[in-house]
Design a protein around this ligand. Structure first.
Ligand code: CTP
Ligand code: MG
Length: 359
């Protein structure tokens, strides 16, 4: 029988300071509670412990089979409320605020519960740890004897219930230690860190740069940033010569470390002969997403004497933003009579893209 999972999510999130319960705070468009629920393994019983005055919002976010109950003033009280309605012999108590725990950690804890009355995932401590008193450092603690406790923590339900008392603890394993039970530990995971302050909400971001230029031909219709601009001839190239789209593609590929437009699409690939900027961009977005990234924004600049970009800016920005799925800003400049762009022989573009890695 798999252990019941009790997700404690009744905290106020005061250190996060956003004025709503932490479990309802969004990361990448999804609440911490939803991320947490997605990371859980299948279980016999799923209990979600929520703040009493927010049950309505929580109800909408949990799966049908989950049981929703109110928490208490302390984490310990919230865990106890959950424990009281758990039916299985073993239970896992898990912080909603650790919403990216890999499945292996649940597996390790559950497996070790065969041998122990309680099991915690722990992370070896890498910093040197000092014991202090006021402003004075008293001593250095032997860190080889320490691990930092994470969740899910596994328990024999009856033994944990019997160990509960009014002493304030920071996790339920502490109650089991104090009652003299056999408590074990397994390896935790860096991804299991608890979201506590605003710093924990920021995810890793990556920046890429792309540059491209093409000369004007003497026929056809200019395509730039996927827009058709009939007053000017097409730019030369294996594809449709859309230097702006190509610069954006390179910036996106660079940020995701996927190579460049030539190596990814092949400069001579017949599939891309005359291909439009839309085609390159939408394919690039698929590659970027497959590699685990989402786009934060793209910023690009056209360097050319013609066409005049200001009348087209709004249209360019909205078309490109839609294709990329994130804000794209388009700027333009001329060259003050310098270089190959000075007499309107071609168009150059430079772009930067910022991506974040999905966890
Ligand atoms: N928790 C709970 N009931 C409480 C307090 C905390 O269920 N009365 C839960 C939180 O929702 C969280 C986990 O215990 O998932 C760990 O607590 P913590 O990180 O301290 O969250 P908050 O109490 O919400 O944050 P803060 O202490 O900053 O207010
Ligand atoms: Mg708290």
């Amino acid at each position: 029988m798999t252990p019941a999972i009790i997700v404690v999510a009744a905290g106020r999130g005061e250190r996060l300071g956003l004025g709503i319960p932490k479990a309802l705070v969004e990361i990448d468009g999804k609440t911490i509670l939803e991320h947490c629920l997605e990371s859980l393994p299948e279980s016999e019983q799923l209990i979600v412990v929520a703040p009493a005055d927010h049950l309505f919002e929580f109800e909408k976010l949990i799966p049908k089979h989950a049981e929703l109950i109110s928490g208490g003033e302390s984490r310990q009280q919230s865990a106890l409320n959950g424990l009281k309605i758990a039916k299985t012999e073993k239970v896992l108590i898990h912080d909603a605020a650790r919403c990216f725990v890999p499945l292996e950690v649940f597996e390790r804890v559950t497996e070790a519960l065969e041998m122990f009355d309680a099991v915690i995932p722990g992370m070896p401590v890498s910093d040197t740890i000092k014991r202090i008193e006021g402003e004075r450092v008293l001593e250095t603690v032997d860190r080889s004897e320490l691990v930092a406790a994470q969740t899910p923590q596994g328990f024999d339900r009856e033994k944990l219930l019997a160990s509960f008392d009014s002493v304030q603890v920071t996790d339920e394993a502490m109650l089991m230690e104090q009652a003299g039970h056999n408590v074990g530990w397994v390896r935790g995971d860096v991804r299991s860190r608890k979201i506590t302050t605003e710093d924990d909400l920021t995810s890793d971001s990556f920046v890429g740069i792309g540059v491209d230029s093409h000369r004007f031909s003497d026929s056809g219709t200019l395509r730039l940033g996927t827009l058709e601009i009939p007053e000017h001839p097409q730019l030369e190239g294996h594809s449709d010569g859309d230097a702006l789209s190509h610069a954006i593609v390179d910036a996106l590929l660079a940020a995701a470390r996927l190579g460049d437009i030539g190596s990814v699409f092949g400069v001579d690939d017949p599939e891309f002969k005359g291909a439009s900027g839309d085609k390159f961009l939408s394919q690039t977005i698929k590659f970027v997403q497959k590699a685990g990234f989402s786009v934060i924004n793209v910023s690009c600049q056209i360097i050319a004497d013609k066409p005049k970009i200001s009348p087209l800016r709004v249209q360019l920005q909205s078309k490109l933003s839609e294709l990329v799925g994130a804000p794209v800003s388009v700027l333009a400049t001329t060259t003050d009579g310098l270089g190959f762009l000075s007499d309107a022989r071609g168009v150059a573009a430079v772009a930067t893209a910022s991506l974040k890695k999905a966890r």
